[in-house]
Design a protein around this ligand. Structure first.
Ligand SMILES: Cc1ncc(COP(=O)(O)O)c(C=O)c1O
Length: 388
């Protein structure tokens, strides 16, 4: 039986040629392709600057450092995300604070954010879950009113729009982070970026991704000669290679084609599943255009005679390699040991019990989409509670 993964990259001959060209050149790392990719990413997001980094986690870490997050600071984020959205705060010595999600969009709830703000809060990290932008306008207003920075985790949302503006444009965020992991909208294998308009953050991020070092004559405090550089911050080696940037440069022009196919597949799923009261999916809120990174289908607990685990296993038995996004971050043993209590975000916890991520990737054939729909319909019919 042919299996269908929940996500997979799409690499074509042009991508392979682009990377091969770098392999035959003098620069595998730290060459001119990095800057070209940075500029292309910024342009794609309608932003002034982009700083590419080794992965989306590094992007979040450096954005938090550039924001000045340190020991004693609190940063509010969503519990329904990959662990990196909160870990980045811990890396800086800060404390992640989880605000519950909205039941309908599974994005962080602005009203819950407001409840969690204290004198220690320094920033908010909303996550554009599944590709659908969070309530950015409201959250940015809350951030500005309380003098907090907004770092948007848009790992799922390259190509999404909010009120017609592109994610990453800086209209509703101080910094936006992206991931170019293999399952994302475009890939550099591993990779990520921070996108922004602010000169200060830009210069700081350029230093932080390379050990905190600068050679920029405008930033140096001295100059011993042509070799001279200064380490001005404690940075990291978080650089992306020229090879990866070449792949990114060849992938970026295909973003719109990829998005179009993702949206077609999501629309086909929505149409098929809207006939069933037993399941629900994410609505497309009027002010946003989702980048459809993942497709989550929620199996309402009171409508099924079996737990989500049984449904998950049934998909897998049928060769549909579904996934679950996400386990609430504070359920993780590491967070439990830090004292985060279960029960603190009821909407997130309820969502976790009901959700299954169906396959969605641009290379997916129409026959595969139909197969996923057919298996889903069979599962609904097989496991739904019989009305008495
Ligand atoms: C919401 C979110 N944030 C951050 C990351 C981290 O990105 P990366 O895997 O590129 O480090 C991911 C990766 O899956 C993610 O989904």
């Amino acid at each position: 039986m042919k299996t269908i993964p929940y996500a997979i990259q799409w690499i074509d001959q042009k991508d392979i040629r682009s990377v091969t060209k770098i392999l035959k050149s003098n620069f595998l790392t730290q060459g001119p392709t990095v800057e070209l990719f940075d500029r292309a990413v910024a342009k794609c997001c309608d932003a002034k600057y982009a700083v590419s980094v080794a992965n989306g986690t590094a992007a979040l870490h450096l954005a938090c450092l550039a924001a000045g997050i340190q020991s004693g600071d609190e940063v509010i984020t969503s519990p329904i995300s990959f662990v990196a959205s909160a870990n980045c705060v811990l890396y800086c010595g800060g404390k992640p604070i989880f605000a519950d999600i909205r039941e309908d969009t599974i994005n962080i709830d602005p009203a819950e954010i407001e409840k969690k703000i204290t004198g220690k809060t320094k920033a908010i990290i909303p996550v554009d879950f599944a590709g659908q932008p969070a309530d950015l306008k409201k959250i940015y207003e809350i951030a500005q009113k309380n003098k907090l920075l907004l770092i948007e985790d848009a790992s799922h949302a390259l190509g999404a729009t909010y009120e017609g503006t592109k994610i990453g444009s800086g209209r509703f965020a101080d910094m936006t982070t992206l991931s170019f992991h293999a399952v994302k909208h475009i890939t550099t294998a591993e990779g990520g970026a921070v996108v922004m308009n602010n000169d200060h953050f830009y210069k700081k991020l350029l230093r932080l991704r390379t050990h905190g070092i600068t050679r920029d004559p405008n930033q140096l405090t001295g100059n011993d000669g042509g070799w001279y550089y200064e380490m001005q911050d404690l940075g990291f080696n978080y650089r992306l290679t020229d090879m990866q940037c070449a792949l990114g440069l060849s992938q970026l022009p295909k973003l719109n084609k990829f998005l179009k196919r993702r949206r077609e597949i999501a629309a086909a799923y929505n149409k098929a599943f809207s006939r069933y009261d037993e399941v629900r999916f994410l609505p497309d809120a009027p002010q946003v255009r989702s980048a459809q990174h993942i497709y989550v289908l929620m199996f309402k607990r009171n409508k099924f005679s079996v737990p989500r685990k049984t449904i998950f296993e049934e998909y897998r038995r049928q060769g549909i390699l579904v996934n679950v996004h996400y386990i609430p971050i504070y359920y993780q043993p590491f967070y439990q040991k830090l004292g985060y209590a279960r029960g603190s975000c009821p909407n997130a916890e309820n969502y976790y019990e009901e959700t299954v991520t169906l396959p969605l990737f641009p290379k997916m054939s129409t026959a595969d989409v139909k197969r996923v729909i057919a298996v889903t319909e069979k599962i609904i019919q097989q496991y739904r509670k019989v009305r008495s």
